[in-house]
Design a protein around this ligand. Structure first.
Ligand code: AVJ
Length: 317
């Protein structure tokens, strides 16, 4: 088992400082979703995936379970690369189906602790498989992937929705560019669905998503010495009708000034001011097909759950 670290703690700090400075000084304020996933954030996300309201993970898991054999037959990869693999929980069903041809599994994630645990566990469970973890940002990691004969890049969970359209276009074109013609992309994407279902998924009754959202403030406190009081922010999940995405926002409950020593910055929040911490775009199959086509992919298979909430697409060039 190996673990490549493409984002060293120093690179990480530089990136965080850059993102935080840009986001906290823009109007409206915003932070990129990457920073939600420190060790605690990754744990909270795992907890989210088990909530009754959060349907994406279990819906995608069912699709993977039902269609893993079709995926294996179509793509027959020797290497499975999984971008944003997290705990690699739902990947097992793929690994089992791909086993006859698969020699290497390359999980990639921004959270080193989550990845270490996953890599260690999988190496024990799949002794015949070479497990090669890559720590980094999924966009940078594309260019540092190990070579294989026939790779399949899996980008699951609907994480594609965290990118705005221009970033998506760049990411998909970049993915097409690193793949050769007989290599595949397996993409999991959330679909536009009932708005109450969507909103509940991003603002659950138990408040786990709220805690996950506020955790980004703790990350800024720990890593940048900031003095955010997370209790003075409430979590909001807002559906943006025009863009067809959910926005997670943190709303200040009172006016306050926050100090961020590592940036030599003081940030003022008005009462009720909202800071965006994530977008989670939902798709329509025709639109997603067009985006993939524009990047140079042809969709070979698509599978949708019976409620029409989530899609799994297999594409090649
Ligand atoms: C892991 C990025 C797919 O957008 O649904 C869960 C993250 N945010 N609840 C998503 C998330 C709020 C999740 N992804």
């Amino acid at each position: 088992m190996t673990l490549d670290v493409h984002l060293t703690p120093d690179d990480f700090d530089d990136k965080l400082r850059e993102d935080a400075l840009r986001g906290l000084t823009s109007t409206p304020k915003c932070l990129p979703p990457t920073w939600l996933y420190d060790a605690r954030g990754s744990e909270l996300f795992e907890e989210i995936t088990r909530l009754p309201e959060y349907y994406p993970t279990r819906t995608e898991f069912a699709l993977l379970r039902h269609h893993a054999a079709d995926i294996a037959e179509a793509a027959r990869p020797d290497m499975l690369v999984e971008l944003g693999s997290g705990s690699s929980e739902k990947t097992r069903v793929l690994l089992d189906a791909l086993a006859p041809h698969l020699s290497t599994y390359v999980p990639q994630d921004v959270s080193e602790p989550a990845l270490r645990t996953a890599v260690a566990r999988l190496s024990v469970e799949y002794p015949d498989l070479e497990v090669h973890g890559v720590v980094g940002d999924f966009t940078d990691s594309l260019h540092h992937l190990p070579r294989g004969e026939r790779r399949m890049i899996a980008f699951l969970g609907g994480t594609i929705g965290n990118l705005v359209p221009a970033e998506r276009a760049e990411f998909l074109a970049g993915t097409a560019a690193v793949l050769s013609p007989d290599e595949w992309l397996l993409l999991g994407a959330g679909l536009v669905t009932d708005l109450d279902v969507l909103r509940a998924a991003y603002d659950d009754a138990a408040g786990v998503t709220a805690e996950f959202d506020r955790n980004v403030l703790r990350v800024l406190n720990t890593r940048l010495g900031a003095d955010f009081d997370p209790d003075r922010f409430v979590h909001r999940a807002v559906w943006d009708e025009a863009n067809e995405w959910i926005e997670m926002r943190l709303e200040a409950t009172e006016p306050m000034t926050v100090r961020v020593p590592a940036l030599d910055l003081e940030v003022h929040f008005e009462e009720g001011e909202q800071m965006r911490t994530e977008i989670s775009a939902k798709f329509r199959l025709d639109g997603l097909g067009r985006e993939l086509a524009a990047a140079g992919f042809a969709v070979r298979h698509e599978w949708v759950d019976p409620d029409g909430r989530f899609a799994l697409l297999a594409a090649s060039r």
